[in-house]
Structure formats: structure tokens, C-alpha cells
Design a protein. Structure first.
Length: 444
């Protein structure tokens, strides 16, 4: 087995070590905030309808502004964009805490602040994809960097809500949100200390926003491996994961011991993701795209276990398997995007990837209940699991024969407004990620 220090070689780089520390702290704070906001609304008399308004107020800006956030990351630089995002989210959470301390946490006041929180997230998410290749000099270590960030995300998702529930019950939601504001301040400080090599210089004057968005869309749709994988992810969220999140608690209440059983299932999912990330560290699959496509079959496991009426231990093990599949596929796919999309377009392409993958998720959340009423919850989940296995086989047949080929790094290509004809089932040849420049100017 490869020695652990070598598998964590990416942490020897100061830039990634600094960023990942701040990012992990801010992730942990964010994982506590959703619980605090939910109970702030409910304790204030907002009820389920009010909670729905507040949750939607956070999600809608992400969906609507994600692509503009990607354009901002490519034009202004990912570090500058993320500084603005963390500054906005820090101020928003501090203001929300102050509002709750003052006793003015009405549904509409909280919803207005959640809009600002969502705006910050819409800017941050695509900038993250664009930042990593600049602070991880060795292309071979990008997969490890993505895996470590995935471990941080899933570890926070397991531990954060538990701490949030305890603090909310003992101290109140305002203190939890103040903790979240402090965690964003830590992320802001880490970003402020980064020295990020500049991206490729543009030839001539910068194009307008519509041209930049068309360019990013052209980069996205010219790679068959990219848009086909995103389409699979979109249908997964619509047909598999959204019904699982809605109907899983229903079946858990009836057959798995209620909230405690469902908490064990979701905890197993997070633990599986952490374990999968640790196993992935230091490993370089020879065929990363094929690996990404193959492991998506694991997403069918928890829905299938529930559909078959499995006991709690079986469902928990299945959820852990889905967690492993999630982090392995997510980390390797992010690395493929970062290696094969031109650095000048990573923010916009990352935004299209995220938007495409999750656009229909809310539709699935809304339709899962009525469908279960009509045909039964287990039937809905069973068809979802079958769909996932079938789609995995179909996408493997379409894309799995050849891997994307990285072209030598070079000057940024001209803006493309028409797609490259579909190729061999890979993502298509694309410029490789340029190695960061040592010394010289840095993005301030």
C-alpha cells in the first residue's frame, strides 16, 4: 500500500493547504446554519409554509445566477470572486444572527437575507472549479485535491447538523448563525492570504457578457463526454435522488424506526463518502472517465434497498455504498473538467455543469409525493433504481470506450460560438490545464 504521506502530497503545497483549511472551517459552519434557520422559522411561528419560503429564497438565486457567477469567476479571477462571496455570506449570517437576537426574525426578513446568502453561493460554486488548477501545481494531484475537499464536505455534513441541533436547543439559533459568520470569516482570511498565479492573458479587448456566456456554452456542449454525463446526473437527481430524499423518510417512519433510523441511513451515506475519499487518495485510475461512469451504478443502491423492503442495516450499507460512489465519481469528474476545459472558461463551464445537473431536482422533490400516492413509494423508488442501472449501462456504452485526451497547454483559443462535431464518445480533445507560473504577478 502506498504510504500515507505520499497520498497526501497535495497538502505539502502551501496554497492548497491554506485554502483547504479555510474552506473546511467555512463548510462546517455552513452545515450548522440550515438547522438553525429552520428552527428559527418554526420557533417564530412560520410553520411549514414559512420554512418553504425561506428555503426557496436561498435556492432560487443559486439556480438563476449560477451562470453569471461562472462568468464573474472567469472575468475577475476565482480568488477575487470567492473573496466577495465569502464577505457577503459572512455579513449575511452576522445580520441574520443580529436579527434573531433582536427578536425580529420574521419569515420575510429571513427570506430576504437568505436571498443574499444564495447569491454568495451562486458566485462561489463555479469559482471553486476555476481556482483549484491554479493552486495545485501538479496536475497529477488534482484528483487528491478534489477528494480532500469532498471529504471535508461530507465530514461537515455528518458532524455539523448534530452540533447545530445541540447548540440550537441550548443556546438558540442566533448563536449558531454567529458561529457560521465566524466560519466564513476564517475562509475569507485564508483566501486573502493566497497568492494565485494569473490565468491566461486574453488576446485583445474583453468580449461582452453575452459573448462570454456563448463561449462557455460552446466549450460545454462541444465535449460529448461532458454534456452526456451532466444529462445523466440531471435525470439521476430527478428520478432517483429527489424521490429517495422525499420518500425515504416516509418508509423509515413506517419500517426503519422513524427519525433515528433515517438519521442512521444518512449518516452512513456521509461516512461512506468520507471512506471513499480516503481510499481514492493517491490512486490514479488509468481510465478515469470509465471509472466515473461505472461507479454511478452505486447511486441505485439505497433506493433499491428501500424498494425491496430491506431492514435498516441493509439500507444503511446501501447508503454507504452510494456515498462511496458519490465522492469517487464527483472527485474524478471534477478533475476531468479541470484538466480538459481551457482555464479561461472553467468558471462558466463549471456553472453549466452544476446548473445542468441540479436543474430538475426541485421538480423531482415536488412530484415524488403525488407519484407515491398514485403507485406506491416502493414502486417509485424501484423504478428509480432500475433507471439508474440502465442509464449507467447506456452512458458506459456511449462514452466509455475512449478517454478524453488532453492537448498540450498553449495560448487560449479563439472564442467558439459553434460546437465541435461529436467525436469518439470521450469528452473530446481539449486544451490541457496550463501549469501555474512561478513568480511574477499574482491575482490580488
Amino acid at each position: 500500500m502506498e504510504p500515507i504521506p505520499r497520498r497526501l502530497a497535495v497538502l505539502r503545497g502551501r496554497q492548497f493547504r491554506l485554502f483547504s483549511t479555510g474552506y473546511a472551517v467555512s463548510l462546517f459552519g455552513s452545515s450548522t446554519a440550515s438547522v438553525a434557520v429552520a428552527f428559527a422559522v418554526l420557533d417564530g411561528g412560520g410553520g411549514g409554509s414559512g420554512l418553504g419560503v425561506v428555503m426557496a429564497a436561498r435556492i432560487v438565486p443559486v439556480v438563476l445566477l449560477l451562470v453569471l457567477g461562472g462568468a464573474a469567476a472567469d472575468r475577475l479571477g476565482p480568488r477575487r470572486t470567492m473573496l466577495g462571496s465569502d464577505g457577503l455570506r459572512c455579513a449575511t449570517q452576522a445580520a441574520t444572527a443580529a436579527l434573531l437576537f433582536a427578536g425580529h426574525g420574521t419569515v420575510w426578513a429571513l427570506a430576504a437575507l437568505m436571498v443574499l446568502w444564495g447569491l454568495g453561493e451562486a458566485v462561489f460554486l463555479p469559482a471553486l472549479d476555476a481556482l483549484l488548477p491554479r493552486i495545485v501545481p501538479a496536475v497529477a494531484e488534482l484528483a487528491d485535491a478534489n477528494a480532500l475537499l469532498g471529504i471535508a464536505r461530507n465530514g461537515a455534513a455528518v458532524a455539523g447538523p448534530a452540533l447545530a441541533g445541540l447548540l440550537t436547543a441550548t443556546a438558540g439559533p442566533g448563536w449558531v448563525l454567529l458561529l457560521d459568520a465566524a466560519s466564513y470569516a476564517a475562509g475569507l482570511a485564508a483566501l486573502a492570504l493566497l497568492r494565485v498565479p494569473p490565468g491566461p492573458a486574453a488576446d485583445g479587448p474583453a468580449p461582452g457578457l453575452p459573448a462570454e456566456l456563448r463561449d462557455g456554452w460552446g466549450e460545454f456542449r462541444s465535449r460529448r463526454w461532458l454534456w452526456a454525463s451532466v444529462l445523466q446526473g440531471c435525470l439521476f437527481n430527478l428520478l432517483v435522488w429527489a424521490p429517495f430524499l422525499v420518500l425515504g423518510p416516509v418508509l423509515a417512519r413506517e419500517h426503519l424506526g422513524g427519525a433515528g433510523g433515517w438519521g442512521a441511513v444518512m449518516g452512513a451515506y456521509g461516512a461512506g463518502a468520507v471512506l471513499g475519499g480516503l481510499v481514492l487518495l493517491g490512486r490514479r485510475p488509468r481510465r478515469p472517465l470509465r471509472t466515473v461512469l461505472a461507479v454511478t451504478a452505486g447511486w441505485a443502491l439505497p433506493s433499491g434497498a428501500l424498494a425491496l423492503g430491506g431492514p435498516l442495516p441493509l439500507v444503511a450499507v446501501a447508503a454507504a455504498g452510494a456515498g462511496v460512489a458519490s465522492i469517487v465519481s464527483g472527485s474524478l469528474f471534477a478533475t476531468l473538467v479541470q484538466r480538459h476545459v481551457p482555464p479561461r472558461a472553467l468558471g462558466r463551464v463549471g456553472a453549466y455543469v452544476t446548473l445542468g445537473a441540479f436543474a430538475f431536482g426541485p421538480v423531482g422533490l415536488v412530484l415524488a409525493g403525488p407519484l407515491a400516492t398514485a403507485v406506491g413509494a416502493r414502486t417509485v423508488l424501484g423504478w428509480g433504481a432500475a433507471w439508474q442501472l440502465a442509464s449507467c449501462a447506456a452512458v458506459l456504452a456511449l462514452l466509455g470506450r475512449r478517454e478524453p485526451v488532453a492537448a498540450p497547454a498553449g495560448p487560449a483559443p479563439e472564442v467558439r460560438t459553434a460546437p465541435v462535431p461529436p467525436g469518439d464518445g470521450g469528452r473530446g480533445p481539449g486544451p490541457g490545464v496550463a501549469e501555474p507560473v512561478s513568480g511574477g504577478d499574482v491575482e490580488r
